[in-house]
Design a protein around this ligand. Structure first.
Ligand code: NDP
Ligand code: PYC
Length: 339
C-alpha cells in the first residue's frame, strides 16, 4: 500500500488555487479550475481530482494554453449560446456561459451551449450537476485527444470522449452519470502507471494491437471503447456533435494541433439543457414522480444509481477530509513558491 496524506477540504482548495496561480493562471481561471479539481477530489473521482493540477500547470508551461484568456459569451440564436474560450481552460468558459444557457432553456424549453477553443481537463459531472441545480435536465459531451481505437480496429481515432447526464430530483441530489466512452478515462491508466499497478484486461491494447495489462504499453498503444461497437458509435457521435457540428476540432485534429507537446486536449464542448416546466407545464411534478418510481425500482432491488457512490464520498470527505497519495502531494508542493 503506497503512503498517503490526509487533507481537510479547505486545504484541498487552498493548495489547488496556489498551485494554479503559481503555474501562471489568472485569478479567475485558477478559481474556476480549482472548483472542479476540488469537487473531483472531494467526491473521490481520483482521475479528475488534484492529480489534474500537474497536467494543467504543464500545459501552461508548454506555452499552449492562454492562462489569462477571457471567455466571450455570445447570444448566437434564440436557443444557442456560444462561448469562445480563446484557448484558455474550459471551466471558466462554462461558468461564464451557464447563466445565459439556463435563461434560454427556461424560455425555449431546450437550449444548447457550444464552448469553442478550450483546453479541456475536467470531469463533466460538476457542469451537469450545476445545471440541474436550476431545475433543468442536462447533457454534456466533449472529445479529447485521439487515444482510442474504434471497435474492430487497432489504431487510435477517438478521444476518451465523456458524456454526462443530470436529472433533477425533488428534495434530493440529482441523478447523474458521467463516463468516458473508452473503457476507462485515460487519467485512470495514468494513475495506475504512477502507482506501479497493472491495468485490467479490456482497457487497452499495445502498439502491436495485442491486449495489455501494462499501463505504459496502454498509453503508447490504443485504449478500447466500452461496450464494443456501442461505445464506439457513441464516441463517434460525440466527435461529430462536439466537433464539426459546433465548428471545432475532433480528437485526431486536437492531437495534431498539440504537435507532440503533450498538453491538454484543445477542442469544443456541447452542453444541452432542457426545462421540464416548458415541456410539461403544470404536469411537470406528476411526471417527475414517475421518474422517482423508476429510481426506486433500481435501488429497491439492491442495485445502485450512478452518482450514489459519489454523494456518499462527498459526505465522508466533509467529515474526514480526503486521502491523497504522498507522491502526488510532494509533486504538488514542489510546484508551490518557496515560503
Ligand atoms: P467510470 O467508468 O468509473 O464510470 C463513472 C460513472 O459510472 C459514474 O457516473 C459512476 O457513478 C457510474 N458507475 C460506476 N460504477 C457503477 C455501478 N456499479 N453502478 C452504477 N453506476 C456506476 O468512469 P470513467 O473512467 O469512464 O470516467 C471518469 C471521469 O473522467 C468522468 O467524470 C469523465 O467526465 C472524466 N473524463 C473526462 C474527459 C475529458 O475529456 N474532459 C475524458 C474522459 C473522461 P459514481 O460516480 O457514483 O461511482
Ligand atoms: O482522463 O481521458 C481522460 C481525460 C482526457 C482529458 C481529460 N481527461
Amino acid at each position: 500500500m503506497s503512503e498517503e496524506v490526509t487533507l481537510p477540504l479547505d486545504e484541498v482548495m487552498r493548495v489547488s488555487i496556489d498551485v494554479l496561480k503559481a503555474g501562471g493562471l489568472s485569478d479567475d481561471h485558477a478559481h474556476a479550475m480549482a472548483e472542479v479539481v476540488y469537487a473531483g477530489q472531494r467526491d473521490e473521482c481520483h482521475s479528475h481530482g488534484m492529480y489534474r493540477l500537474l497536467g494543467c500547470v504543464r500545459s501552461v508551461k508548454e506555452g499552449k494554453v492562454n492562462p489569462n484568456a477571457v471567455p466571450d459569451v455570445v447570444d448566437h440564436a434564440p436557443a444557442v449560446v456560444r462561448v469562445d474560450a480563446h484557448f484558455g481552460f474550459s471551466p471558466l468558459a462554462f461558468e461564464r456561459g451557464k447563466p445565459l444557457l439556463v435563461e434560454k432553456a427556461r424560455r425555449t424549453g431546450l437550449a444548447a451551449m457550444a464552448i469553442n477553443n478550450c483546453y479541456h481537463f475536467s470531469a463533466l459531472w460538476p457542469e451537469v450537476e450545476a445545471i440541474s441545480a436550476d431545475g433543468l435536465v442536462a447533457l454534456a459531451m466533449t472529445p479529447s485527444h485521439s487515444w482510442v481505437a474504434p471497435a474492430g480496429g487497432t489504431k487510435p481515432v477517438f478521444g476518451t470522449n465523456p458524456i454526462a447526464f443530470a436529472w433533477p430530483r425533488p428534495d434530493r441530489p440529482p441523478f447523474v452519470f458521467d463516463f468516458a466512452t473508452s473503457a476507462i478515462a485515460r487519467g485512470e491508466i495514468e494513475l495506475h502507471r504512477r502507482a506501479g499497478k497493472p491495468i485490467p484486461t479490456g482497457w487497452a491494447i499495445d502498439i502491436e494491437g495485442d491486449p495489455t495489462n501494462d499501463p505504459t504499453a496502454a498509453l503508447t498503444g490504443a485504449m478500447l471503447t466500452f461496450g464494443g461497437h456501442k461505445g464506439s458509435a457513441l464516441s463517434a457521435m460525440i466527435e461529430l456533435m462536439a466537433g464539426p457540428l459546433i465548428g471545432d476540432m475532433m480528437s485526431a485534429e486536437s492531437m495534431a494541433f498539440d504537435e507532440g507537446v503533450g498538453a491538454a486536449p484543445c477542442h469544443g464542448e456541447l452542453i444541452l439543457a432542457f426545462d421540464p416546466k416548458v415541456f410539461l407545464g403544470v404536469d411537470a411534478p406528476q411526471h417527475a414522480a414517475r421518474a422517482e418510481t423508476m429510481f426506486d425500482a433500481i435501488v429497491g432491488q439492491g442495485a445502485r444509481l450512478p452518482s450514489q457512490r459519489r454523494y456518499e464520498a462527498r459526505e465522508r470527505s466533509k467529515i474526514n477530509g480526503v486521502r491523497v497519495p504522498k507522491a502526488l502531494y510532494d509533486d504538488l508542493q514542489a510546484l508551490l513558491p518557496c515560503r
